[in-house]
Design a protein around this ligand. Sequence first.
Ligand code: F6R
Length: 242
Amino acid sequence: MKIIVGKSENSMNHYAKNCIIDVIKTNDQPVLGLATGSTPVGMYQALIQAYRQGEVSFKDVTTFNLDEYVNLASDDPNSYRYFMNDQLFNHIDIQLDHTFVPNGNTTDHQQACLDYEQEIDQHDHLDLQVLGIGTNGHIGFNEPGTSFESRTHVIELEPSTREANARFFASLDDVPTHAITMGIETIMESKAILLIARGADKKQAVKELVDGKRSPDFPASALKTHPRVTMLLDEAAASLLD
Ligand code: F6R
């Protein structure tokens, strides 16, 4: 795993933006895996700015998001579909029907998972998957204990994950209990991975990822055998590394 420690938030956003633009410019039909949460917001702003300055076009880009809450309408401001439209897609020239987010708002979630896998399959593979990391080591919403062979599936969110995400909701009770997430095997099939971590509350998880063993108890550790992982860290997230 390649580790890059950014000296400033700006330099991290700049680096991440350039990774994405590089994928877009070197592929005829680029396929990006994207994440929500606080971590990628600055990167999305940098991409919007690059688009406005004519540095990049997204018209041939397809995107697949990692996850979506179960039973939130797509126009609910807390849904990840809403987040992606609001934070990125509405501000660039991407074709919205080339942007995929798991469909959590359906009566048949198992079918939604199969449909998502099939859609990814039809695009062959992801060229680059952007990841954040949970303090418990989750990637996507693959909570500790998730099999490394998992494909897109429904998962019950851990109490710690619901608490961490409650900041976006009116109350903890409003945070959905379940989500659909790409599986770990699905993520591992991406040609390259960019994992971004910021802030001191991620330092333990980063340390465990770098120095710990590969085990489903710590889902991000699956990445240890991926041939092309870059970890982009701020100084606080990297502070426990040797
Ligand atoms: C988001 C996702 C999650 C987050 C993780 C970190 O789509 O899949 O794994 O990346 O929970 O969240 P933040 O960035 O809010 O700290």
